[in-house]
Design a protein around this ligand. Structure first.
Ligand code: MN3
Length: 244
């Protein structure tokens, strides 16, 4: 295992710094350079109750420990007979799904997409998330009409996703932002873009606490966003170093 995440842990160990749960989440955990497998579920960077009351602890436990773990387990099962899907970085595999054997292509699309989406999702949330500022706020102002307008448009787009899917702000290499949705576990990498942020509008993301009130969940979710992490993702996207 030579992922950047494990290298980071080695560096931290070497400098005597414990890889504590409070350590900042890095953007490159499933990076552009690292081979994808064996696939691994990173622990949450904060306690499961840290996002209450906006997202309840039980939802976080089930979502991270069961749903996301299942995507990871399924990928490792696919990789047993198809090691090539674990030999390349995740963004490379997702960007060229036609190279994946047809028999497992849909499974890889769903489960690797799910792994990428959720890795991003846990990373851009956190307690005491601060506020949008700096370059990313300037881009939101420039491309999406400001923070309030962006949030309203994002929530509206998330509300329009029929069935299961995601709402994203995608970011181009030039730093341009666009609000887009995807069905199922599709990820913008699949069509040459990158997610800056994304919210999961599958019912499993909110149903325990919000039942059918997806609009309330979408609105409350902004309180759980970690703007420092979003700012780091924006800088990484422009530098060409953003992983998933
Ligand atoms: Mn989910």
């Amino acid at each position: 295992m030579t992922s950047l995440m494990s290298r980071r842990h080695l560096v931290l160990a070497a400098t005597g710094i414990a890889a504590a749960a409070a350590a900042p989440r890095i953007v490159f955990a499933q990076g552009t350079m690292a081979p994808a497998g064996p696939f691994k579920l990173d622990p949450l960077g904060y306690p499961t109750n840290a996002l209450e009351p906006h997202i309840d602890a039980r939802t976080m436990e089930i979502h991270h420990d069961r749903h996301h773990q299942a995507y990871v387990n399924n990928l490792n099962n696919f990789a047993k007979d198809n090691p090539q899907i674990a030999a390349k970085p995740i963004p490379e595999v997702l960007a060229s799904l036609n190279d994946v054997p047809e028999a497992i292509r849909t499974g890889v699309r769903n489960n690797m997409g799910g792994h990428a989406n959720h890795t991003m999702f846990w990373q851009i949330m956190g307690p005491n998330g601060g506020k949008a500022e700096g370059d990313v706020l300037a881009a939101i102002d420039r491309d999406l009409g400001g923070l309030e307008k962006m949030q309203a448009a994002f929530n509206a787009a998330g509300g329009r996703v029929f069935g299961s899917g995601w709402v994203f702000v995608t970011v181009s290499k030039e730093g341009k932002l666009v609000i887009e949705t995807r069905p199922n576990q599709d990820n913008p990498i699949m069509d040459g873009k990158r997610a800056l942020i994304g919210n999961d509008v599958w019912e499993h993301a909110y149903y325990l606490n919000y039942q059918n009130r997806r609009a309330d969940y979408l609105k409350a979710w902004w309180n759980a966003v970690n703007w420092k992490a979003v700012g780091e993702r924006y800088a990484a996207a422009k530098a060409g170093t953003l992983g998933v």
